[in-house]
Design a protein around this ligand. Structure first.
Ligand SMILES: C[S@@+](CC[C@H](N)C(=O)[O-])C[C@H]1O[C@@H](n2cnc3c(N)ncnc32)[C@H](O)[C@@H]1O
Ligand SMILES: [Zn+2]
Ligand SMILES: [Zn+2]
Ligand SMILES: [Zn+2]
Ligand SMILES: [Zn+2]
Ligand SMILES: [Zn+2]
Ligand SMILES: [Zn+2]
Ligand SMILES: [Zn+2]
Length: 456
């Protein structure tokens, strides 16, 4: 919830690839900075701050945009020479190096053996032979050693430079796509033959802004296409992040879908399946991917099953809902269908008639809760259907339908019937013109004076 508030108030802008001098951002020791500005202000009132450190005590770079424009003395990009590498290909250093687990910087948590095998299995199924491990060092060592898959590690932890040659490691900041060393070896790695299949796996710290990671992923795909003289061609992506960040990821990369595999870390007390601090419904960490989910395989021996109706693997606890047409559980519990919300909800949620939704019982304050909801009529955030200005306008225009519905809390606001919500009402198209693009909906009121639109 905290993150939501911060996101609403503080917008950000990252430096574009090959930005003109006029658009360049100043650099801190971690590469080009990010321009932050408040929602109520314009970008020119903003300030530049470090893209990688989420605590000013760890990188205190801060410069007002006005000040930067005033002197425009750009610091030099800090391109370093390669470190001396021992190039010892045997020991996986993630087993003995002290993990940099400070959440405001590296948040270094390593996959358990099953998670490593999950990735290797999918690579085999998808016939992937080249992997970019962006912030996934243990996976890099695992793939090269046990599966002979070519892999390149991009990570913010320079200790890996002592174990890996420049042909397979570059010190890198994924929040601004900044290479601290020469990036030519990486470009060489990306150069492909016709039958090469490339996958990017990234496991960023969960405190990273999703806009920055999405921007970087798009830049890497463009770089791959440019190097191989391809038109706009997607690359397979596995983005490891917790299920509760789904909405943020969908907003930035709507083409990604969540796979229900639960990933565990060996050095995290909560995001694991062992130890007393583990969460009762298992780790919340998932994989978001643009690979069709029906192509991925999860092991029954690890608690997964195949759903014939969804045609994909899911958790054994995830019961298919015919009304929703999906196995809806996201968090490892068995969800239940709420007939008033007309969707599947967490089993401990209770329906609030005032808010017309199911939510947690504890700490539920209707006004605050409603101010964070997305309206099921107009699609805007900040109100629910009973306070929808657009709907009021439409109702006023449509004199036939102006009788007030008595059972607004329970029935569909559009037709007044129970058993479905406004989202699934068959009369919806009379009032709203909607278009869908990559999972995002654009909703506008139908123009009553325009007969052509009305007849559609
Ligand atoms: C959650 S850990 C993921 C490790 C992965 N689970 C594994 O076992 O291979 C995050 C990784 O991202 C790296 N990292 C953190 N911030 C980064 C940044 N701004 N740019 C690139 N890498 C970063 C960390 O050093 C760490 O290795
Ligand atoms: Zn910095
Ligand atoms: Zn299903
Ligand atoms: Zn359902
Ligand atoms: Zn409900
Ligand atoms: Zn309420
Ligand atoms: Zn509305
Ligand atoms: Zn209806």
């Amino acid at each position: 919830m905290n993150k939501e508030i911060v996101r609403e108030k503080l917008l950000l802008q990252v430096e574009e690839d090959g930005a003109d001098a006029a658009d360049q951002h100043p650099c801190c020791p971690h590469g080009p900075t990010v321009l932050f500005y408040r929602q109520s202000e314009t970008p020119s009132d903003g300030f530049y701050a470090c893209s990688a450190h989420r605590n000013p005590k760890l990188c205190d770079f801060r410069m007002d945009k006005i000040q930067w424009e005033g002197n425009r003395l750009k610091r030099l990009h800090n391109v370093r020479d390669y470190p001396e590498s021992t190039m010892d290909s045997d020991p996986d250093p993630t087993n003995h190096l002290k993990a940099l687990s400070q959440d405001e910087v590296h948040a270094q948590y390593f996959f358990d053996q099953k998670a490593l095998e999950f990735f290797a299995d999918q690579c085999r199924l998808l016939k992937i032979n080249q992997v970019v491990c962006m912030g996934a060092p243990r996976l890099h060592f695992h793939l090269r050693r046990n599966h002979k898959i070519q892999s390149f590690l991009l990570d913010f932890d320079e200790r890996f430079g002592a174990y890996l040659s420049p042909q397979e490691f570059c010190l890198y900041n994924m929040c601004n796509n900044h290479f601290f060393y020469n990036r030519e070896p990486f470009e060489l790695f990306l150069k492909c033959n016709n039958n090469d299949r490339v996958l990017i796996v990234t496991d960023p710290p969960f405190g990273c802004r999703t806009e920055l990671i999405a921007h970087t992923l798009r830049s890497l795909v463009r770089l791959h296409n440019r190097i191989n003289c391809l038109p706009a061609t997607p690359l397979s992506i596995f983005w490891v992040y917790p299920y509760y960040m789904t909405n943020y990821i969908k907003q930035d990369m709507p083409e990604l879908q969540m796979c229900d595999y639960k990933l565990n870390y060996t050095n995290h007390s909560r995001y694991t399946n062992v130890g007393i601090a583990r969460r009762s419904y298992g780790s919340p960490v998932r994989v978001f991917t643009n690979v069709p989910l029906e192509l991925l395989q999860l092991q029954p021996a690890e608690g997964y099953k195949y759903c014939d109706k969804c045609q994909r693997y899911t958790g054994i606890e995830n019961v298919h809902c015919d009304r929703c047409g999906n196995c809806c559980s996201q968090n490892g519990q068995t969800y239940r269908h709420c007939q008033f919300c007309d969707m599947c909800v967490k089993p401990n949620y209770v329906h609030c008639t005032n808010c017309r939704r199911c939510s947690q019982r504890e700490g539920h304050v209707c006004a605050l809760y409603q101010s964070m909801q997305r309206c099921w009529l107009c699609g805007q955030r900040g109100h629910i259907e009973t306070n929808c200005g657009l709907w009021l306008q439409l109702k006023r225009r449509d004199r036939q339908k102006k009788k007030d519905r008595k059972d607004q809390q329970y029935g569909c606001i559009i037709c007044g019937h129970r058993g479905h919500s406004e989202r699934k009402c068959t009369l919806r198209c009379r009032y709203f013109k909607e278009s869908q693009f990559m999972g995002q909906a654009l909703i506008v009121a139908r123009n009553k004076s325009n007969q052509k639109i009305r007849k559609l």
